[in-house]
Design a protein around this ligand. Structure first.
Ligand code: AMP
Ligand code: ZN
Length: 136
């Protein structure tokens, strides 16, 4: 897609620090990493977010996210690995081309917790939501 910075990276029009590429997926170092080894795993095709991307493509992105996480663990031995994928501006998405973040968490890495902002719903509300979201 024109004017998409990640499409330009995939096409080689903008340089990147690539760590993996196949027919479907492209992975490279985040230019402004949270920590050493912060990798972005993208679909080569331009899809905006999880709602647009085909299931198979997303499944392959997830598979390579697992492989890259294993590699990061083997090489850098972080205390944890935070994997996240933002959909929509309100969810923190800045680049509107789907990508999964692999963020190694070391002793000194800042982790932003939402723990203090969680809600508690009563059983009735939980059951209603369960019914609304159940997939056969
Ligand atoms: P998000 O907020 O989930 O859309 O994440 C976008 C990420 O892309 C951010 O972590 C940026 O640091 C990263 N980013 C933006 N431009 C580039 C670039 N040219 N090369 C590598 N990473 C980039
Ligand atoms: Zn794109």
């Amino acid at each position: 897609m024109e004017d998409c910075i990640f499409c330009k990276i995939v096409n080689g029009e903008i340089p990147s620090f690539k760590v993996y590429e196949d027919d479907t997926v492209f992975a490279f170092l985040d230019i402004n990493p949270l920590s050493k080894g912060h990798v972005l795993v993208l679909s080569k095709e331009h899809y905006e977010n999880i709602l647009e991307v085909p299931e198979d493509t997303y499944a392959h992105m997830a598979k390579m996210t697992k492989k890259i996480s294993d590699k990061v663990q083997e090489v850098y031995k972080p205390e944890g690995i935070l994997v996240n994928q933002n959909n929509g501006k309100r969810a923190g998405q800045q680049i509107m081309h789907i990508h999964i973040h692999v963020k190694p968490i070391y002793k000194d890495t800042m982790v932003f917790s939402e723990a203090n902002h969680r809600k508690k719903f009563d059983d009735q509300k939980m059951k209603k939501i369960q019914k609304e979201l159940a997939i056969d």
